[in-house]
Design a protein around this ligand. Structure first.
Ligand SMILES: Cc1ncc(COP(=O)(O)O)c(C=O)c1O
Length: 338
Protein backbone atom coordinates (compact mmCIF):
# COMPACT_ATOMS: atom_id res chain seq x y z
CA UNK A 1 0.00 0.00 0.00
CA UNK A 2 1.67 3.17 -1.17
CA UNK A 3 0.72 6.79 -1.55
CA UNK A 4 0.02 7.94 -5.12
CA UNK A 5 -0.28 11.44 -6.57
CA UNK A 6 -4.11 11.07 -6.69
CA UNK A 7 -4.21 11.34 -2.89
CA UNK A 8 -2.53 14.70 -3.07
CA UNK A 9 -4.27 17.83 -1.89
CA UNK A 10 -2.10 20.89 -1.25
CA UNK A 11 -0.66 20.99 2.25
CA UNK A 12 -2.17 23.71 4.48
CA UNK A 13 -0.84 25.42 7.57
CA UNK A 14 -3.34 23.30 9.55
CA UNK A 15 -1.59 20.12 8.28
CA UNK A 16 1.73 21.40 9.57
CA UNK A 17 0.28 22.44 12.95
CA UNK A 18 -1.48 19.08 13.35
CA UNK A 19 1.79 17.30 12.54
CA UNK A 20 3.53 19.36 15.19
CA UNK A 21 0.89 18.50 17.80
CA UNK A 22 1.11 14.80 16.84
CA UNK A 23 4.89 14.42 17.15
CA UNK A 24 6.01 17.10 19.60
CA UNK A 25 6.05 14.76 22.61
CA UNK A 26 8.73 12.61 20.92
CA UNK A 27 10.76 15.19 18.99
CA UNK A 28 13.32 17.53 20.46
CA UNK A 29 12.93 21.26 19.70
CA UNK A 30 16.48 21.60 18.41
CA UNK A 31 18.55 24.73 19.00
CA UNK A 32 18.81 27.51 16.44
CA UNK A 33 22.44 28.31 17.17
CA UNK A 34 23.93 31.71 16.37
CA UNK A 35 27.27 30.73 14.85
CA UNK A 36 29.84 33.45 15.54
CA UNK A 37 32.67 32.26 13.28
CA UNK A 38 30.48 31.81 10.19
CA UNK A 39 28.69 35.09 10.97
CA UNK A 40 32.03 36.87 11.06
CA UNK A 41 33.29 35.19 7.89
CA UNK A 42 30.21 36.16 5.85
CA UNK A 43 29.46 39.49 7.61
CA UNK A 44 25.99 38.07 8.21
CA UNK A 45 23.94 36.66 11.06
CA UNK A 46 24.34 32.92 10.45
CA UNK A 47 22.05 30.64 12.44
CA UNK A 48 22.28 26.85 12.39
CA UNK A 49 19.28 24.62 13.10
CA UNK A 50 20.88 21.75 15.00
CA UNK A 51 18.95 18.65 13.92
CA UNK A 52 21.92 16.55 14.97
CA UNK A 53 20.45 17.01 18.46
CA UNK A 54 17.54 14.66 17.74
CA UNK A 55 17.71 11.24 19.42
CA UNK A 56 18.21 9.66 15.99
CA UNK A 57 20.69 12.45 15.12
CA UNK A 58 18.73 13.72 12.12
CA UNK A 59 15.43 15.45 11.31
CA UNK A 60 14.08 12.22 9.79
CA UNK A 61 12.28 11.25 13.00
CA UNK A 62 9.77 14.04 12.26
CA UNK A 63 8.38 12.73 8.98
CA UNK A 64 8.54 9.03 9.84
CA UNK A 65 6.66 9.50 13.09
CA UNK A 66 4.05 11.81 11.59
CA UNK A 67 3.33 9.25 8.85
CA UNK A 68 3.25 6.15 11.06
CA UNK A 69 1.01 7.79 13.65
CA UNK A 70 -1.61 8.22 10.89
CA UNK A 71 -1.51 4.67 9.54
CA UNK A 72 -4.02 1.99 10.61
CA UNK A 73 -3.06 0.16 13.81
CA UNK A 74 -2.99 -3.22 12.11
CA UNK A 75 -0.61 -4.29 9.35
CA UNK A 76 3.13 -4.34 9.07
CA UNK A 77 5.27 -1.40 7.97
CA UNK A 78 8.06 -1.18 5.42
CA UNK A 79 10.57 1.52 4.57
CA UNK A 80 13.42 2.07 2.14
CA UNK A 81 16.16 4.42 3.21
CA UNK A 82 19.72 5.56 2.71
CA UNK A 83 20.05 5.23 6.50
CA UNK A 84 18.53 8.16 8.37
CA UNK A 85 14.87 7.67 7.53
CA UNK A 86 15.41 4.06 8.63
CA UNK A 87 16.48 5.27 12.06
CA UNK A 88 13.41 7.48 12.40
CA UNK A 89 11.26 4.58 11.18
CA UNK A 90 12.90 2.10 13.59
CA UNK A 91 12.54 4.53 16.50
CA UNK A 92 8.84 4.99 15.68
CA UNK A 93 8.24 1.22 15.28
CA UNK A 94 9.70 0.49 18.71
CA UNK A 95 7.93 3.44 20.33
CA UNK A 96 4.53 2.41 18.93
CA UNK A 97 5.23 -1.35 19.20
CA UNK A 98 4.72 -1.95 15.45
CA UNK A 99 6.55 -4.53 13.35
CA UNK A 100 8.61 -3.04 10.53
CA UNK A 101 11.01 -4.08 7.77
CA UNK A 102 13.80 -1.77 6.61
CA UNK A 103 15.46 -1.93 3.16
CA UNK A 104 18.80 -0.11 2.88
CA UNK A 105 21.56 -0.20 0.23
CA UNK A 106 24.41 -2.66 0.78
CA UNK A 107 26.94 0.19 1.12
CA UNK A 108 25.04 1.94 3.95
CA UNK A 109 27.60 3.16 6.52
CA UNK A 110 28.01 0.59 9.30
CA UNK A 111 27.20 3.20 11.93
CA UNK A 112 23.75 3.76 10.38
CA UNK A 113 23.06 0.02 10.17
CA UNK A 114 23.99 -0.39 13.85
CA UNK A 115 21.81 2.54 14.90
CA UNK A 116 18.78 1.11 13.06
CA UNK A 117 19.26 -2.15 14.98
CA UNK A 118 19.70 -0.19 18.20
CA UNK A 119 16.49 1.82 17.80
CA UNK A 120 14.32 -0.90 16.24
CA UNK A 121 15.38 -3.83 18.46
CA UNK A 122 12.96 -6.74 18.25
CA UNK A 123 10.44 -4.68 16.24
CA UNK A 124 12.53 -4.22 13.12
CA UNK A 125 13.92 -6.59 10.53
CA UNK A 126 16.74 -5.38 8.31
CA UNK A 127 17.44 -6.13 4.60
CA UNK A 128 20.60 -4.75 2.99
CA UNK A 129 20.03 -4.85 -0.78
CA UNK A 130 21.00 -2.91 -3.91
CA UNK A 131 23.82 -0.52 -4.74
CA UNK A 132 21.98 2.67 -3.86
CA UNK A 133 18.76 3.99 -2.35
CA UNK A 134 16.71 3.62 -5.55
CA UNK A 135 17.67 -0.04 -5.91
CA UNK A 136 16.76 -0.76 -2.27
CA UNK A 137 13.47 1.07 -2.73
CA UNK A 138 12.49 -1.07 -5.72
CA UNK A 139 12.92 -4.20 -3.59
CA UNK A 140 11.00 -2.66 -0.69
CA UNK A 141 8.03 -1.84 -2.94
CA UNK A 142 8.02 -5.35 -4.34
CA UNK A 143 8.07 -6.81 -0.81
CA UNK A 144 5.23 -4.46 0.21
CA UNK A 145 3.03 -5.68 -2.63
CA UNK A 146 3.64 -9.32 -1.76
CA UNK A 147 3.09 -8.83 1.99
CA UNK A 148 0.32 -6.22 1.73
CA UNK A 149 2.34 -3.99 4.05
CA UNK A 150 2.30 -0.18 4.41
CA UNK A 151 5.17 1.62 2.71
CA UNK A 152 6.48 4.59 4.69
CA UNK A 153 8.15 6.68 2.01
CA UNK A 154 11.30 8.61 3.03
CA UNK A 155 10.17 11.78 1.26
CA UNK A 156 7.34 11.64 -1.30
CA UNK A 157 4.32 11.43 0.96
CA UNK A 158 2.36 14.45 2.28
CA UNK A 159 2.44 13.04 5.82
CA UNK A 160 6.23 12.78 5.70
CA UNK A 161 6.57 16.24 4.12
CA UNK A 162 4.29 17.73 6.81
CA UNK A 163 6.39 16.06 9.50
CA UNK A 164 9.63 17.50 8.11
CA UNK A 165 7.88 20.89 7.85
CA UNK A 166 7.58 21.06 11.65
CA UNK A 167 11.27 21.98 11.61
CA UNK A 168 10.38 25.21 9.78
CA UNK A 169 7.60 26.01 12.27
CA UNK A 170 10.20 25.76 15.03
CA UNK A 171 12.63 28.01 13.15
CA UNK A 172 9.98 30.72 12.73
CA UNK A 173 9.16 30.48 16.42
CA UNK A 174 12.87 30.87 17.28
CA UNK A 175 13.76 33.68 14.84
CA UNK A 176 11.26 36.16 13.42
CA UNK A 177 12.89 37.90 10.51
CA UNK A 178 14.86 35.66 8.12
CA UNK A 179 16.32 36.76 4.77
CA UNK A 180 17.62 33.37 3.57
CA UNK A 181 16.80 29.76 4.41
CA UNK A 182 19.43 27.33 3.08
CA UNK A 183 18.35 23.67 2.99
CA UNK A 184 19.94 20.38 1.98
CA UNK A 185 18.11 18.30 -0.58
CA UNK A 186 17.97 14.55 -1.17
CA UNK A 187 14.57 13.25 -2.28
CA UNK A 188 13.22 16.69 -1.42
CA UNK A 189 10.87 16.03 1.53
CA UNK A 190 12.63 18.39 3.92
CA UNK A 191 12.93 21.11 1.28
CA UNK A 192 9.30 20.70 0.16
CA UNK A 193 7.86 20.92 3.68
CA UNK A 194 10.06 23.72 4.99
CA UNK A 195 9.81 25.83 1.84
CA UNK A 196 6.02 25.51 1.91
CA UNK A 197 5.83 26.66 5.54
CA UNK A 198 7.96 29.68 4.63
CA UNK A 199 5.89 30.41 1.50
CA UNK A 200 2.80 30.57 3.69
CA UNK A 201 4.24 32.29 6.78
CA UNK A 202 7.37 34.17 5.68
CA UNK A 203 7.09 34.73 1.92
CA UNK A 204 9.91 37.30 1.79
CA UNK A 205 12.49 34.70 2.91
CA UNK A 206 14.52 33.44 -0.04
CA UNK A 207 14.80 29.65 -0.19
CA UNK A 208 18.12 28.18 -1.36
CA UNK A 209 18.28 24.42 -2.03
CA UNK A 210 21.59 22.55 -2.01
CA UNK A 211 22.53 19.18 -3.50
CA UNK A 212 25.82 17.31 -3.69
CA UNK A 213 27.41 17.69 -7.11
CA UNK A 214 27.42 13.92 -7.62
CA UNK A 215 23.68 13.54 -7.01
CA UNK A 216 22.24 16.75 -8.45
CA UNK A 217 18.94 15.40 -9.74
CA UNK A 218 17.12 18.67 -8.96
CA UNK A 219 19.55 20.76 -11.02
CA UNK A 220 19.26 18.23 -13.80
CA UNK A 221 15.46 18.27 -13.63
CA UNK A 222 15.31 22.08 -13.63
CA UNK A 223 17.49 22.11 -16.76
CA UNK A 224 15.21 19.56 -18.44
CA UNK A 225 12.02 21.31 -17.32
CA UNK A 226 10.55 18.24 -15.59
CA UNK A 227 11.33 15.84 -12.78
CA UNK A 228 13.95 13.48 -14.21
CA UNK A 229 16.05 10.52 -13.15
CA UNK A 230 19.85 10.43 -13.06
CA UNK A 231 21.43 7.26 -14.46
CA UNK A 232 23.84 6.99 -11.51
CA UNK A 233 24.68 8.87 -8.32
CA UNK A 234 27.82 9.34 -6.27
CA UNK A 235 27.13 8.09 -2.73
CA UNK A 236 29.74 10.23 -0.93
CA UNK A 237 26.90 12.22 0.67
CA UNK A 238 24.97 9.01 1.30
CA UNK A 239 21.90 10.64 2.90
CA UNK A 240 21.14 12.70 -0.21
CA UNK A 241 22.30 10.25 -2.90
CA UNK A 242 18.95 9.91 -4.69
CA UNK A 243 18.51 9.51 -8.45
CA UNK A 244 15.12 11.21 -8.64
CA UNK A 245 13.26 13.73 -6.51
CA UNK A 246 9.83 12.80 -5.24
CA UNK A 247 7.05 13.95 -7.58
CA UNK A 248 5.28 15.98 -4.89
CA UNK A 249 8.60 17.21 -3.54
CA UNK A 250 9.68 18.41 -6.97
CA UNK A 251 6.43 20.34 -7.43
CA UNK A 252 6.77 22.19 -4.11
CA UNK A 253 10.50 22.80 -4.46
CA UNK A 254 10.31 24.09 -8.02
CA UNK A 255 7.59 26.55 -7.03
CA UNK A 256 9.10 27.73 -3.74
CA UNK A 257 12.82 27.98 -4.38
CA UNK A 258 14.78 31.11 -5.13
CA UNK A 259 18.03 29.40 -6.10
CA UNK A 260 19.44 25.86 -6.43
CA UNK A 261 23.13 25.15 -5.81
CA UNK A 262 25.50 22.20 -5.79
CA UNK A 263 28.59 21.66 -3.67
CA UNK A 264 31.57 19.41 -4.31
CA UNK A 265 32.72 16.56 -2.08
CA UNK A 266 35.81 18.64 -1.26
CA UNK A 267 33.69 21.60 -0.11
CA UNK A 268 31.54 19.27 2.00
CA UNK A 269 34.70 17.75 3.52
CA UNK A 270 36.10 21.17 4.36
CA UNK A 271 32.90 22.07 6.19
CA UNK A 272 32.88 18.75 8.07
CA UNK A 273 36.44 19.33 9.23
CA UNK A 274 35.69 22.94 10.22
CA UNK A 275 32.63 21.94 12.24
CA UNK A 276 34.67 19.28 14.00
CA UNK A 277 37.61 21.57 14.77
CA UNK A 278 35.67 24.73 15.68
CA UNK A 279 32.63 23.33 17.42
CA UNK A 280 33.24 19.62 18.11
CA UNK A 281 30.23 18.88 15.89
CA UNK A 282 30.42 15.56 14.06
CA UNK A 283 28.21 16.24 11.05
CA UNK A 284 27.68 13.78 8.21
CA UNK A 285 28.23 14.83 4.56
CA UNK A 286 24.55 15.49 3.81
CA UNK A 287 24.21 17.28 7.11
CA UNK A 288 26.90 19.80 6.10
CA UNK A 289 25.54 20.56 2.59
CA UNK A 290 23.77 23.81 3.45
CA UNK A 291 26.72 25.28 5.35
CA UNK A 292 29.11 24.21 2.59
CA UNK A 293 27.11 26.30 0.11
CA UNK A 294 27.55 29.61 1.97
CA UNK A 295 30.85 30.33 0.18
CA UNK A 296 28.87 30.65 -3.06
CA UNK A 297 26.50 33.17 -1.45
CA UNK A 298 29.07 35.48 0.12
CA UNK A 299 27.97 38.67 -1.66
CA UNK A 300 24.24 38.23 -1.41
CA UNK A 301 24.09 37.26 2.27
CA UNK A 302 26.31 40.07 3.62
CA UNK A 303 24.35 42.02 6.25
CA UNK A 304 21.48 39.48 6.16
CA UNK A 305 20.00 36.89 8.52
CA UNK A 306 20.66 33.41 7.18
CA UNK A 307 19.30 30.15 8.59
CA UNK A 308 20.96 26.88 7.55
CA UNK A 309 19.90 23.39 8.58
CA UNK A 310 22.51 20.99 9.91
CA UNK A 311 20.33 18.02 9.07
CA UNK A 312 22.21 15.02 10.42
CA UNK A 313 25.30 13.66 12.11
CA UNK A 314 25.35 9.92 11.51
CA UNK A 315 28.83 9.22 10.32
CA UNK A 316 31.40 6.43 10.62
CA UNK A 317 34.64 7.52 12.30
CA UNK A 318 36.44 5.53 9.57
CA UNK A 319 35.51 8.26 7.04
CA UNK A 320 37.27 11.07 8.90
CA UNK A 321 40.68 10.57 7.28
CA UNK A 322 39.07 10.83 3.82
CA UNK A 323 37.32 14.10 4.80
CA UNK A 324 40.61 15.46 6.13
CA UNK A 325 42.54 14.53 2.96
CA UNK A 326 39.92 16.10 0.66
CA UNK A 327 39.77 19.24 2.80
CA UNK A 328 43.57 19.63 2.83
CA UNK A 329 43.76 19.13 -0.95
CA UNK A 330 41.17 21.88 -1.43
CA UNK A 331 43.11 24.24 0.84
CA UNK A 332 46.30 23.56 -1.10
CA UNK A 333 44.62 24.40 -4.40
CA UNK A 334 43.20 27.59 -2.86
CA UNK A 335 46.60 28.68 -1.52
CA UNK A 336 48.38 28.07 -4.85
CA UNK A 337 45.75 30.05 -6.82
CA UNK A 338 45.79 33.00 -4.37
C1 LIG B 1 21.31 14.11 6.92
C2 LIG B 1 20.34 14.30 5.81
N1 LIG B 1 20.20 15.53 5.29
C3 LIG B 1 19.35 15.78 4.29
C4 LIG B 1 18.58 14.77 3.75
C5 LIG B 1 17.65 15.08 2.63
O1 LIG B 1 16.29 14.92 3.00
P1 LIG B 1 15.20 14.74 1.88
O2 LIG B 1 15.33 13.36 1.34
O3 LIG B 1 13.92 14.96 2.61
O4 LIG B 1 15.47 15.76 0.85
C6 LIG B 1 18.69 13.47 4.25
C7 LIG B 1 17.91 12.38 3.71
O5 LIG B 1 17.96 11.25 4.14
C8 LIG B 1 19.59 13.23 5.30
O6 LIG B 1 19.75 12.00 5.82
Amino acid sequence: MTFTAQHYSPLQLSDFLRAQARISAYVHESDLQHHHAYSQRYSAKVLIKREDQQQVRSFKIRGALNAILQLPQLGSLVCASAGNHAQGFAFACALLERQGTVFMPINTPKQKVERVKHFGGEYVQLCLVGDDFDAAKAQALDYCKRQNAYFVHPFDDPRVIAGQATLALEILHQQHSIDYLVLPMGGGGLAAGCSEVFRQLSPSTKIILVEPEGAASFQNSLALGKNSTLATVDTFADGTAVRRKGELCFTYCQRNMHQALTVTNAQISQTLVELFNQDAIVAEPSGALALAALDQLTEQIAGKTVVTVLSGSNCDASRMSDFLARSQALQQVASTTR
